[in-house]
Design a protein around this ligand. Sequence first.
Ligand SMILES: *Cc1c(COP(=O)(O)O)cnc(C)c1O
Length: 247
Amino acid sequence: MGNQTVPDLGLHPKLEVLRLSLKASPLTSIKDHNLENHGIRLSIKQDERIHPVLSGNKWRKLKYVLNHVLESGYPGIISMGGGYSNHLHALAYACHQLDLPVVGLVRGEPSSSLTPTLNDVQNWGMQVHFVSRSEYRQLRQAELVTQWRKAYPDYYWLPEGGAVTLALQGVAEILDELPDNYDWLALACGTGTTLAGLASQLAPPRQLLGIAAVKHANFLYRDIAELLGDAQSDNWQLGLDYHQGII
Ligand SMILES: *Cc1c(COP(=O)(O)O)cnc(C)c1O
């Protein structure tokens, strides 16, 4: 058992069982003379310790999406990702635990050797379909292509990286677990959903710094603003030049 033992009465019973199997994420302070000399205190919120697969922000982003899917009685979930997608990995594992059918649309060709990620997701029962790069781009516009709608009628469509407004609430719960003696939060950004969740609830004068994990991530400005919808805030900024060449 984990140590998140306070019952969450808002959750579907199946999801509550899964939640109770997770661990709390510790806040670890980093000792470093350079930082101390500059009067900086640095701590790391170790969300990777929540669960080996359903780790960190992936659980937080999925929490209220999965709850909605279970409460509303959708027959399953359909999502998308690359061959090494941590999002698909976490989603497949969670759906396996919840006994919820799940489909993954994966960018690329079925190669003779599956990535370890795809190997796992298939073992957990995810239906994997490979899609071309052009179809993948189309899916990225958050439109589920008609062909897949027809193949999996009424399935809940979860865009790449779990980037939906429903994800923000779970992410914002990170803030409830932090002490109140900090000025800045820094995090890595893929789709920007985690940053949007934090930005939606972070009280000023605190600030967020998102570091894009991939090159050419200008799309983050638009996508984060879109996720925030009516909850726009100016408490965040992005660093787009620290990707070390990853495309
Ligand atoms: C998925 C992931 C991210 C990106 O999260 P987004 O919400 O898509 O921006 C960042 N860091 C780690 C370790 C991740 O697994």
